[in-house]
Design a protein. Structure first.
Length: 240
C-alpha cells in the first residue's frame, strides 16, 4: 500500500511540474505577443496623447466637478482597489481566472478602470489572450503617465451609458437634464451602475432593471464602507 502511495505521489508531483512548466511557456508566449500588440498600438496612439485627445472633447467633465457619491459608487462597483493598485488588480485577476477555469466560460476579465481605458482607447473588443497581456502593459503605462484622479476622469468621460450617451456629462444631461455636479444621490448611483450593461440598465430600456442595478451598487458601497445601510435604503426611496 505504501509503495502504491509513493508511486501516486511521484506521478502527482511530475504532473504538477509539467502543468507549471506548461503554464510558464504559455504565459511567456502570450506575454511576448501581448507586448508586440501593445507596441503596435502605441505607435498609432501614444500613451501621452490619450489624455489630451479625451480632454479636447466637448463637455469634458473634470474630477472636481463630479459628486463624491458618484465617484465612490463607480469605484465600489467597478474597481474597489482603484486607488491602491498599480493598474492591475492581482486579487481580481486571480478570482477571474479561477472562475474561468472552474466554469470553462472564459468570460471573466478582472479588468480595472485603468485596463478598461486601455482596452477602449488602444485595442479592439475582441477577446484574445494576447490582448489581455497588451492591456496590462498599457495599464502600467497609463498609471505611470497620469494621476489616479486623471485616470478616473478619462474613464467616466468616455464610457457608454446607453441611449446614445457617451461620457458622464451627456448621460447626466440626457437622462436628467442636469450637469454632473447637480445630480442627486439617487441619480448619481443610477448612472454609476449603467455602464456595466448599458442596454439592460439604461432607465430608457428598463427602469426596473436600472433600480435593481442601483441596489447592487448600493450594496457594494455599503460593503466598501462608503455609505451605511440606512443611507442606502434612504437613497432607494428617492426618485429622479
Amino acid at each position: 500500500m505504501k509503495r502504491i502511495l509513493r508511486i501516486i505521489g511521484k506521478i502527482a508531483l511530475r504532473l504538477s511540474a509539467f502543468l507549471l512548466l506548461a503554464a510558464m511557456v504559455i504565459t511567456v508566449y502570450y506575454g511576448v505577443k501581448g507586448w508586440q500588440m501593445y507596441q503596435k498600438a502605441i505607435k498609432d496612439t501614444p500613451i501621452t496623447k490619450i489624455g489630451s485627445s479625451i480632454r479636447s472633447k466637448e463637455h469634458f467633465t473634470h474630477y472636481r466637478e463630479l459628486p463624491e457619491i458618484y465617484i465612490d459608487a463607480v469605484i465600489s462597483a467597478e474597481d474597489k482597489r482603484f486607488f491602491s493598485h498599480p493598474g492591475i488588480d492581482p486579487v481580481a485577476i486571480g478570482r477571474a481566472v479561477w472562475k474561468d477555469i472552474t466554469t470553462l466560460s472564459f468570460a471573466e476579465g478582472g479588468s480595472t478602470i485603468t485596463q478598461q481605458i486601455a482596452k477602449n482607447e488602444l485595442f479592439t473588443q475582441e477577446k484574445k489572450v494576447e490582448r489581455k497581456f497588451a492591456e496590462i502593459f498599457a495599464a502600467f503605462a497609463l498609471e505611470k503617465e497620469y494621476k489616479k484622479e486623471e485616470i478616473f476622469e478619462l474613464y467616466v468621460n468616455t464610457i457608454y451609458f446607453g441611449s446614445g450617451y457617451y461620457g458622464i456629462h451627456d448621460a447626466a444631461e440626457g437622462y436628467f437634464k442636469k450637469s454632473p455636479s447637480e445630480l442627486t444621490d439617487y441619480e448619481a448611483i443610477m448612472l454609476a451602475g449603467i455602464p456595466n450593461a448599458p442596454s439592460n440598465y439604461s432607465p430608457d430600456a428598463s427602469m426596473e432593471l436600472a433600480r435593481k442595478r442601483m441596489s447592487l451598487v448600493l450594496e457594494k458601497m455599503v460593503h466598501c464602507n462608503k455609505i451605511t445601510q440606512k443611507q442606502a435604503d434612504h437613497i432607494l426611496t428617492q426618485s429622479p
